[in-house]
Design a protein. Structure first.
Length: 481
């Protein structure tokens, strides 16, 4: 819906309000304001006017659509309150409409703001999906949208149905959000638009501020937080992950043709995570991850029942599945005196073999498979592909990053990874380190001299560490073993 003017009136006979008062928009902000698309993303570096344009647009919609109900949100309310809401109130004051008859009520307990034209705005954190399902909105503004998990976006889209204009816009620094990348960055869909705003475009910033940013920070940081690049974020491990080639439409293995493989990461409070893969014995097809399972605070019988349902969907015989898991799963625990491996064996899920413990070696193997090409009847394809029905695994791959290293003595960083929301990646690592894999055409299998198959995880660890040093591939993946 096109905007006719920046001047609106709350009620007949009242003085008109110029919503552009005190506002000298940047080029990207002008393009954003002129767009009629239903879904808009405004991304950029520090000081690129993200929260300012987002809150101005919220005020415009509240005043231009009487009786509308809008949501202004960020993942955590404390961050919303400290940043976005401060900017919102500053803009109201700058326009001179922060009191009656324009703003008629603001309830600090419910965080509900009421305007004189009947419009309302709710300020809310977005980390409670069930709470978000209880209301319907005319429009939604999300600040720092790269923080949000994909399932929250799907929930919010379903709540955008109260009354016109039914629009959603997002402001953010570039980040790892799969939903934003899929809809705005990699392939912009009809009805979606993306406006990029580098920090250097902001003519209102002091030049010495820009100079200090450009001089004081590393290249990856500058690309993301100054130039507004979505290509990488600092500490990202799998920078080669590309959803245009590594993510495929949903696919099912062929019974009697593909070998079915599983990777397991065990847990209770932390989730138990399982990935299911299919491997063609010829080695001339990618290793395809076709299903994922992850849940916390559930016992082995529950997980076993869920997996049996998955087997039923694909016609899989549980006795023919090759399973690989965290070596810690073989440790005896609890009053029963059983390990996780024992418990799942008693439930009919036999043979969860211990895989490689060292995370840097597992990460290296995943990185290799994401990039290594094999020649198939369908052309050249990456050795590892993941179905769209595995969105949590793909999100974890994209988000997987090195742990922050701080040293007062200037020592080199040790190889360590940020241990949060990574259980499906761990499961995938256990799988690819111990399972058969596609080989690039002309490559010879990397088997240590004097070791006959099947080789042990320890053999693989030692050989992979040595061979990657010899091949000089360490720099490609940023991992030293």
């Amino acid at each position: 819906m096109a905007k006719k003017s920046n001047v609106v009136t709350l009620e007949s006979g009242q003085q008109a309000i110029d919503l552009g008062a005190g506002f000298d928009p940047l080029p990207a902000q002008l393009r954003f304001l002129g767009s009629t698309d239903k879904f808009r993303l405004y991304s950029g570096g520090f000081g690129s006017g993200k929260s300012l344009i987002g809150t101005r647009e919220a005020i415009y919609h509240a005043l231009s659509y009487p009786g509308s109900f809008g949501l202004v949100g960020r993942l955590r309310f404390k961050d919303l309150e400290a940043t976005t809401m401060r900017t919102f109130w500053q803009q109201l004051q700058q326009m001179g409409i922060h009191k009656k008859p324009y703003v008629v009520d603001y309830n600090q307990r419910t965080q509900l703001l009421k305007f004189g034209n009947g419009s309302e705005i709710l300020f809310s954190g977005l980390d409670d999906e069930m709470k978000l399902r209880s209301a319907e909105y005319s429009w939604i503004y999300i600040d720092e949208g790269s923080e949000l998990p994909d399932d929250i976006y799907q929930t919010l889209l379903g709540r955008l149905r109260f009354q016109d204009p039914r629009r959603l816009w997002v402001t953010t620094n570039p980040g790892a959000s799969g939903w934003l990348r899929k809809n705005f960055v990699n392939d912009v869909k009809p009805g979606f638009s993306h406006f990029r705003a580098p920090t250097t475009e902001n003519k209102h910033l002091p030049q010495d501020y820009l100079d200090s940013l450009l001089a004081d920070y590393p290249a990856v940081w500058r690309e993301r937080y100054i130039q507004g690049s979505w290509d990488a974020f600092e500490g990202q491990v799998f920078t080669m992950a590309d959803d245009r080639v590594n993510v495929i439409d949903n696919w099912s293995p062929t019974a009697g043709v593909h070998l079915i493989l599983e990777g397991w990461d065990f847990g209770y409070r932390n989730p138990t995570a399982v990935v299911l893969a299919a491997y063609h014995p010829s080695g001339e097809e990618p290793l395809i991850i076709f299903h994922e399972h992850m849940a916390s605070e559930q016992m082995p019988p529950w997980h076993a029942a869920q997996l049996r349902q998955i087997y039923g969907l694909y016609g899989i015989n549980p006795a023919e599945v090759m399973r690989f898991g965290d070596p810690a799963g073989s440790q005896v625990q609890g009053l029963k005196g059983l390990s996780y491996v024992d418990e799942y064996s008693n439930l009919g899920l036999y043979g969860i073999a211990p895989s490689t413990k060292e995370p840097s070696v597992r990460a290296m193997r995943i990185g290799k498979l994401l990039t290594q090409k094999i020649v198939t009847r369908d052309g050249s394809l990456p050795s590892l592909q993941i179905c769209r029905r595995c969105p949590q695994l793909w999100r974890q791959i994209v988000n997987y990053r090195y742990a922050e290293h701080r040293s007062l003595k200037g020592e080199d960083a040790k190889e360590a990874f940020h241990k949060h929301d990574d259980h499906l990646v761990d499961a995938l690592g256990y799988l690819v380190m111990s399972s058969p894999q596609p080989e690039a055409k002309g490559d010879k299998p990397r088997v240590p001299d004097g070791v006959a198959k099947p080789i042990t995880p320890r053999d693989i660890d030692q050989h992979m560490s040595r061979s990657y040093r010899d091949d000089g591939q360490t720099a490609m993946y940023g991992i030293e073993v």
